[in-house]
Design a binder for this molecule. Structure first.
Ligand code: ADP
Ligand code: MG
Length: 333
């Protein structure tokens, strides 16, 4: 008891800084956690997250209030695989949205610990917490009629046919590489836990929320929530959190310094500071690939249209100047 008290006093003396600094919603891309070509061991993921935490801690030390969201593609893919192997050993399988929640906890605790450590080392201790969040979706929406989001590994046609017949899942052939399960990618329509997010950031607590777009859930007429087999784009969920909370900045950190027009053509050109009208026109012209840069640009557009001050798309290394709109693709102020 005594030692616990002492540890609390020395390690976490400050719950949070309640002064009303600028609120930034940061959406971390997959590369913040797992780099292409890596095996994805715990040590690799933790090392990447430490680098990410160093960037984010600099923003926190500058007095910004951070709400952090993150992708979960590779991690949740591995959790599915573990489930499949578990089924062979006679263990019951968990639904997709529960696997998503597992990945929120797994990635969240790594981010939470890494930021805590980074802040402690810099003499700026703060409380960091992960909220396992649900994201409301509408099962009657168009996204559910045509599932588009590939998840998990590639399989043979035989295995895909079996999953379609036995489990009623949708599988699609993926450009000659094999068959993959596809699930709907619906719009985020709200967050049952939004008041908890607000409460925590108002107390100066740093929160990790809605990882992987959040656990999709539908609301029944009586208000009950039920999990849904779908994946919400994390960039769109981040925008929706930012809008509802009234954040000043939406900072989307990925593996490129800018969104580009004529991407991967000789006419390729980085987009720097850009007006809302101009980027909407580029989006309309189809410069941004759906499922990767597309949702980031759409999130930026929506954020500014909904009254946000600044939306920035840039690389992880540029988190600090990016938050100030000095580098990257900057929509708004
Ligand atoms: P994250 O994990 O950060 O969400 P994504 O892979 O989903 O990353 O999206 C980032 C990728 O988007 C870049 O690595 C790039 O290959 C791709 N991309 C597609 N269209 C564009 C574009 N017009 N400009 C820049 N990058 C683009
Ligand atoms: Mg992405």
């Amino acid at each position: 008891m005594h030692s616990q008290k002492k540890m609390t006093e020395t390690m976490t003396p400050v719950l949070g800084d309640r002064s009303r600094g600028e609120t930034i919603v940061v959406a971390l891309g997959g590369n913040a956690i797992l780099k292409p070509g890596e095996k994805g061991t715990f040590a690799e993921q933790m090392a990447n997250i430490r680098n990410t935490a160093a960037q984010l801690a600099r923003l926190i030390r500058e007095g910004k209030r951070l709400i952090i969201t993150h992708g979960n593609g590779p991690q949740v893919g591995r959790i599915f695989r573990q489930q499949e192997l578990g089924v062979r050993a006679g263990l019951p399988e968990m639904p997709l949205y529960i696997c998503g929640a597992m990945s929120q906890a797994q990635i969240g605790v790594m981010i939470q610990q890494a930021i805590h450590n980074e802040l402690i080392q810099n003499g700026c201790p703060r409380t960091v917490v992960t909220l396992i969040c649900q994201t409301l979706v509408d099962p009657a929406s168009r996204a559910f009629r045509d599932p588009t989001k590939p998840i998990g590994s590639f399989y043979s046609e035989t295995e895909a046919q079996r999953a379609m017949a036995e489990k009623g899942e949708t599988w699609k052939e993926d450009s000659g590489r094999g068959w993959r399960r596809v699930v709907p990618s619906p719009e985020p329509q709200g967050f049952p836990e939004i008041d908890a997010i607000r409460l925590l950031i108002d107390q100066g607590i740093i929160v990790v929320v809605s990882g992987g777009g959040g656990t999709p859930a539908a609301q029944e007429p009586g208000g009950a929530l039920v999990g849904v087999e779908a994946v919400v784009e994390k960039d769109l969920a981040a925008q929706e959190v930012a809008r509802i909370i009234g954040a000043e900045t939406l900072l989307i950190l990925t593996d490129v310094t800018h969104a580009m027009i004529n991407y991967r053509t000789p006419q390729e050109r980085a987009i720097g500071k850009v007006s809302l009208e101009e980027i909407k026109e580029y989006h309309r012209q189809g410069h941004f690939i759906p499922g990767s840069m597309g949702p980031k640009v759409l999130a930026a557009i929506r954020f500014i249209e909904n009254g946000g001050k600044r939306a920035v798309i840039t690389s992880l290394e540029n988190a600090l100047p990016g938050a100030e709109g000095k580098v990257g693709t900057v929509v708004g102020l």
